[in-house]
Ligand binder design. Structure first.
Ligand SMILES: *[C@@H]1O[C@H](CO)[C@@H](O)[C@H](O)[C@H]1NC(C)=O
Ligand SMILES: *[C@@H]1O[C@H](CO)[C@@H](O)[C@H](O)[C@H]1NC(C)=O
Ligand SMILES: *[C@@H]1O[C@H](CO)[C@@H](O)[C@H](O)[C@H]1NC(C)=O
Ligand SMILES: *[C@@H]1O[C@H](CO)[C@@H](O)[C@H](O)[C@H]1NC(C)=O
Length: 329
């Protein structure tokens, strides 16, 4: 562990002094790390810190800085899914300009014909500029996602992560779990991750850095009214329950857990440029908060439960059952 952290520190320093980060220059264990920039009302900014897993042909994680800028809704979503045009990784992404067609068995299970092209970093917080929004549609930020979870509880998680920073600043890191799901692969052979995860790091009003996380189980559920009601209620509860950073790391291969540290450091090294932002936590503090205090989790869970009840579900949802299951926890 110590030697790998030492290597990571050297690695981060190398990255900080790199001239160009638009195309990956550094690769470690098949993971390419680089920054995507964009225009913004503040001028040019660094939009997201990307770690792309070429071995798996999927993202590892993308990390962003959130604040008031991410609340703007100037431009509307335009689906321009496309590969990220850098030679080293061109062939190691999913071809997400096409839909993620399902096998016959997956179609039967889900009552859909394709996995969602699930955003890692979502599109909605990037409506402040056309190219920022468009950059979230690069295939290095997309993976096959269970449609029902993506359109229901994962929306709740994403929108809370955004609104948490309505008048504050911090980092949001989103990734996919290392395990492949029981329904993997897609018809064409792309790996389907067993889950999505998100980590949110911020400084609370008392000046303490906090990290909370979420895990979205990515196993297919059925799209249909009134079926698998209990399984869906369970999915909603599991996805919107606040987790410790430690629990997220448990979803990542132990040899690759250090990439989460690298992402906190990468975010700090790059994403503050032109943001005029002094409210963000230190990367090392984000990494050190492996468990969140119970009162912080209670606070978040209260907010999440209200969001769960307010969400507009894609089909009929048994909210009474969800409330009953909360009470039994
Ligand atoms: C993004 O970076 C590239 C390469 O360094 C540069 O040519 C381009 O002008 C930058 N774009 C913005 C919006 O900063
Ligand atoms: C999509 O998958 C189905 C099997 O579920 C297959 O029959 C069909 O040919 C596939 N379509 C494409 C365009 O690959
Ligand atoms: C994910 O969801 C499936 C289907 O609801 C369930 O069988 C499985 O146990 C869940 N996985 C985890 C880790 O909770
Ligand atoms: C599958 O979804 C469609 C809507 O997309 C719905 O009309 C149909 O009833 C669903 N099938 C089943 C078996 O529930």
């Amino acid at each position: 562990m110590h030697s790998s952290i030492y290597i990571l520190v050297l690695f981060a320093v190398t990255l900080t002094t790199a001239q160009s980060t638009m195309c990956p220059e550094t690769v470690l264990d098949g993971v390419y790390s680089f920054v995507i920039n964009s225009t913004s009302p503040l001028g040019p900014i660094n939009l997201m810190y990307v770690q792309h897993d070429a071995f798996r042909g999927l993202p590892f994680a993308t990390t962003t800085l959130h604040n008031e800028l991410n609340q703007l809704t100037t431009y509307n979503r335009l689906d321009d899914f496309r590969r990220y045009d850098c030679p080293d990784i061109w062939g190691y992404q999913t071809v997400c300009e096409n839909t993620y067609n399902m096998t016959v068995e997956q179609r039967e299970k889900s009552n859909r014909t394709a996995f969602d092209r699930g955003h890692i970093t979502p599109a909605n917080p990037y409506r402040f500029s056309v190219d920022a929004l468009s950059s979230t549609f690069y295939c290095i930020n997309i993976a096959p996602q269970d449609p029902w979870t993506n359109q229901n509880p994962w929306v709740t998680v994403e929108s809370r992560a955004q609104r948490h920073f309505a008048a504050d600043a911090g980092y949001v890191m989103t990734g996919i779990c290392d395990r492949d799901d029981v329904w993997s692969p897609t018809y064409i052979g792309y790996k389907v991750p067993a889950c999505y995860w998100k980590l949110i790091c911020y400084v609370d009003p008392r000046g303490d850095t906090q990290v909370v996380g979420f895990i979205g189980n990515n196993t297919l559920l059925k799209y249909c009214s009134g079926c698998d009601v209990e399984e869906k209620a369970q999915r909603v509860i599991d996805t919107t329950t606040v987790r410790d950073q430690r629990e997220i790391l448990n979803e990542i291969d132990s040899n690759r857990v250090s990439f989460v540290l690298e992402a906190w450091v990468g975010a700090e090294s790059y994403l503050l440029v032109n943001r005029n932002e002094n409210r963000v936590p230190r990367a090392t503090d984000c990494w050190s908060r492996m468990t969140a205090p119970q009162e912080v989790k209670d606070e978040w869970n209260t907010v999440m439960r209200a969001d769960v009840l307010a969400h507009e579900y894609t089909e009929e949802m048994d909210l009474d059952l969800i409330q009953k299951m909360w009470q039994e926890r």
